[in-house]
Write a protein that binds this ligand. Structure first.
Ligand code: MF3
Ligand code: CO
Ligand code: CO
Length: 271
């Protein structure tokens, strides 16, 4: 890169809170719209790199940069994590099959600001245990979110998630965590998805970060495959993840990556 890139030269502290919020709201909206666009394309017969290409084209059409592309050598615009893949699945020739569950994780840079969000997508009819895992994982994200406010701590978030996941006999992946973001993709604070209430970093109004719990039906242990990216459950049990990018506010939080079409809530009903 030889051209001057504003995203590198202008730092977080060069912006007022209103400017920061405005930047994050637009990046978050475009990220959510990318995931909304993908919904109708998740179907048996689609390849994961077909989904990647659609996301890349959406980003180009909206003057966004897909942050994962070439990030530390990652080859893809999005992460596509199927079934027992915990996170960082690389798009490729794998074809979706009826009954698969897939996490699509989109990070877009718009005017230098990052929006980062992921959702679970069922491929056709899925098993009851897959449906249950998806619902529990979404509930983990929501319970983590709902304790966020000025004066709470990162440990409060982890504790809310851990308590619920373990009450449902699911396990929490410990090797990956949520992260601060803004002008930078991954920054402080680390948001662990387990922990003790009152511990960790104190949350302050104006902080931006993600919450992105990875929840397994079996044991928590993961390993990274030889490609250097794909993280899978060691026991091959199913894993699920949801992610939002948020701001801490005086009274609570604001979600930057909310779906304008309300497609970010699992529609699956447990009856
Ligand atoms: N989007 C992921 C996150 O939530 C990071 C993906 S990095 C990549 O933090 F290189 F794998 F794309
Ligand atoms: Co993230
Ligand atoms: Co992400």
């Amino acid at each position: 890169m030889s051209t001057v890139d504003q995203s590198v030269t202008l730092k977080e502290e060069d912006f007022s809170l209103d400017e920061r919020l405005e930047g994050m709201r637009l990046a978050g909206l475009l990220t959510a719209q990318t995931l909304d666009m993908l919904v109708e394309h998740v179907a048996p017969g689609m390849r994961t790199d077909d989904l990647d290409k659609l996301a890349f084209e959406f980003a180009m059409d909206h003057d966004c940069i897909p942050a994962p592309l070439n990030y530390r050598g990652f080859k893809g615009s999005i992460c596509t994590s199927l079934n027992h893949v915990v996170c960082h699945g690389i798009p490729g020739a794998r074809t979706l099959k009826e009954g698969d569950i897939i996490n699509l994780d989109v990070t877009l840079i718009k005017n230098g600001w990052h929006g980062d969000s992921s959702r679970m997508f069922p491929v056709g009819e899925i098993s009851r245990k897959a449906e249950r895992l998806i619902n529990i994982t979404y509930e983990c994200l929501m319970r983590g979110l709902n304790v966020v406010k000025d004066g709470a701590t990162t440990g409060d978030i982890g504790h809310a998630i851990q308590t619920y996941a373990e009450s449902e006999n699911c396990s929490i992946v410990r090797e990956f965590c949520g992260h601060g973001l803004g002008r930078v993709f991954h920054t402080k604070p680390n948001i662990l998805h387990y922990g003790e209430a009152g511990r960790g970093t104190r949350l302050e109004s104006g902080m931006f970060f993600t919450i992105e719990p990875m929840i397994n039906l079996g044991r928590p242990d993961v390993k990274v495959l030889g490609d250097g990216w794909t993280a899978v459950t060691r026991d091959k049990s199913l894993s699920a993840q949801f992610e939002h990018s948020i701001a801490v506010t005086d009274t609570g939080f604001e979600i930057f990556t909310k779906s304008p079409k309300n497609l970010d809530t699992p529609p699956y009903k447990l009856t």
